[in-house]
Ligand binder design. Structure first.
Ligand code: MUC
Ligand code: MG
Length: 385
C-alpha cells in the first residue's frame, strides 16, 4: 500500500529565449503546473501540466489545472493506494470529467513514484516497455521573421541539434505564409525536413489553396490546418491533398483518435500526453493510429523538463515513430528547472534511463520561478561573489 502523505502544486513561469510567435498567441514565457506527490513512506513523484498561451490554445489554463488538482483530484488521491496507478486514475476519471492536462500531470507523478518504488524507468510501466533510448527531435522556427528563422535553422544544423523544422504559420495571408515557408525550404534544402503548423487558423478554402502551394515549395507535412472539430472537412483535405495532414488539436484521446481514423481525416497523428489525457491514453492513441496505418509523431505542449521526460518515456515505447518528435520544450526556456538537464545531442533527445521519469527538480530554481514565491533563492548574490 502507498497512501498519500503530501501533495504540492506550484505554477512556475519561466521566460522563453526569444518570443515564440504562434497563430493564436506570442509567448514570452512558459507557465507550468508542477505536481509533487509524496507517499506515506516518503517516496516522491513529480508531474507537470502545461499548456500554451493561457486559454488561447485549449480549454485548460495553468490556473485551472492547478485548481482542478488541488480541489478535486487530491481528495480522490487521499482515498487510493497510489501504487495502483491504473486503478487510481480510473477512480479519478469517475470523479472528474475532462481536465486532461490536470489528469496527465497527476498520472505522470504517480508513474514517477511507481517507477522509483520498483527501481525501473516509467517507460517500462507503459505498453510493452521501451523500444528505443533516444528520439529524433524537431525545432520550431517561430521568431516571426524569415531571415532570423533561416539563421536559427542553419545554427541548429551546424550544432547537430535539429534537422527537422516546424514553422508556425496561419497568421498572415496564405500566399505570404507560403512565401515564408518556401524561402526556408530553399535555404535549408535537402539538409532538413520542413513542416508547418497552422494551429487551426485556416478556413477549408484557405487550406485547399495553402496545402497545394505548400507541397509545391517542398513542405513535408501540414499540421492542423483547420478547426480540429471539423473532422469531415479534415477528411476532405486529407483525401484530396498530396501533402499529409497531421491531426493535433483534433485529438483528445482514444475516442477522437478512432473517429479521425475511421473518417480518414488525417495521415499523421501528433501524440500529446496532456491533450490525450495521460501517458496510458497516449499509448492507446498511438495503437489506434498504428492499426489504421496513420503515421505517428511525438508532439509537445512546450513542456519543461518533467513533461518532456514523461512524453519521452511514452514515445520510447512506440515501435514506429515515422515522423520523429518535437520534444524541445526545455530548450525554448531560459533555464531548466531540473537538477540535471535533459540530454540533447546528434539531433536527438536521450530518454532518461533512471527510475521513474529519471529526472529531479532543482529546488532553488523552483523556488525562484514559483509564481507565489516568498523565499530567498540560489540566485541571490552571495558574499564575495
Ligand atoms: C502545437 O500546436 O503543436 C508545438 C511546438 C510548438 O512550437 O508549439 C507547439 C504546439
Ligand atoms: Mg500543433
Amino acid at each position: 500500500m502507498a497512501m498519500l502523505g503530501r501533495a504540492d502544486t506550484f505554477i512556475v513561469d519561466v521566460p522563453t529565449i526569444r518570443p515564440h510567435v504562434l497563430a493564436m498567441a506570442t509567448m514570452h514565457a512558459q507557465s507550468m503546473v508542477i505536481v509533487r506527490l509524496t507517499d506515506a513512506d516518503g517516496v516522491e513523484g513529480i508531474g507537470e501540466g502545461t499548456t500554451i498561451g493561457g486559454l488561447s490554445y485549449g480549454e485548460e489554463s495553468p490556473e485551472s489545472i492547478k485548481s482542478a488538482i488541488d480541489t478535486y483530484i487530491v481528495p480522490v488521491l487521499e482515498t487510493c493506494d497510489l501504487a495502483l496507478v491504473g486503478a487510481t486514475m480510473g477512480k479519478i476519471a469517475k470523479c472528474v470529467r475532462g481536465n486532461h492536462f490536470a489528469k496527465c500531470a497527476v498520472e505522470t507523478a504517480l508513474l514517477d513514484m511507481a517507477g522509483k518504488r520498483l527501481g525501473i524507468p516509467a517507460s517500462e510501466l507503459i505498453g510493452g516497455g521501451r523500444v528505443r533510448d533516444s528520439l529524433p527531435v524537431a525545432w520550431t522556427l517561430a521568431s516571426g521573421d524569415t531571415a532570423r528563422d533561416i539563421a536559427e535553422g542553419e545554427a541548429m544544423l551546424e550544432a547537430r541539434r535539429h534537422r527537422i523544422f516546424k514553422l508556425k504559420i496561419g497568421k498572415r495571408d496564405v500566399r505570404d505564409d507560403v512565401a515564408h515557408v518556401g524561402a526556408i525550404c530553399k535555404a535549408l534544402g535537402d539538409r532538413a525536413s520542413v513542416r508547418v503548423d497552422v494551429n487551426q487558423n485556416w478556413s477549408e478554402a484557405q487550406a485547399k489553396l495553402g496545402m497545394a502551394m505548400l507541397r509545391e515549395v517542398g513542405c513535408d507535412l501540414v499540421e492542423q490546418p483547420i478547426a480540429g472539430d471539423d473532422v469531415t472537412a479534415m477528411a476532405r483535405l486529407s483525401q484530396t491533398q498530396a501533402v499529409p495532414l497531421m491531426a493535433d488539436e483534433a485529438l483528445h484521446g482514444p475516442r477522437s483518435a478512432l473517429r479521425i481514423a475511421s473518417a480518414g481525416a488525417a495521415g499523421v497523428f501528433a501524440l500529446k500526453i496532456a491533450q490525450s489525457g495521460g501517458l496510458f491514453a497516449t499509448a492507446e492513441v498511438a495503437a489506434i493510429g498504428t492499426a489504421a496505418g496513420i503515421g505517428l509523431y511525438g508532439g509537445t505542449m512546450l513542456e519543461g523538463g518533467i513533461g518532456t521526460a514523461a512524453s519521452a518515456h511514452v514515445f520510447a515505447t512506440i515501435p514506429e515513430l515515422a515522423w520523429g518528435t518535437e520534444l524541445f520544450g526545455p530548450l525554448l526556456q531560459t533555464e531548466e528547472i531540473l537538477s540535471e538537464p535533459l540530454r540533447y545531442a546528434d539531433f536527438s533527445l536521450a530518454v532518461p534511463p533512471g527510475p521513474g521519469l529519471g529526472v529531479n527538480l532543482d529546488e532553488d530554481k523552483l523556488a525562484f520561478f514559483r509564481r507565489d514565491r516568498t523565499a530567498p533563492t540560489l540566485h541571490a548574490v552571495t558574499a564575495g561573489a
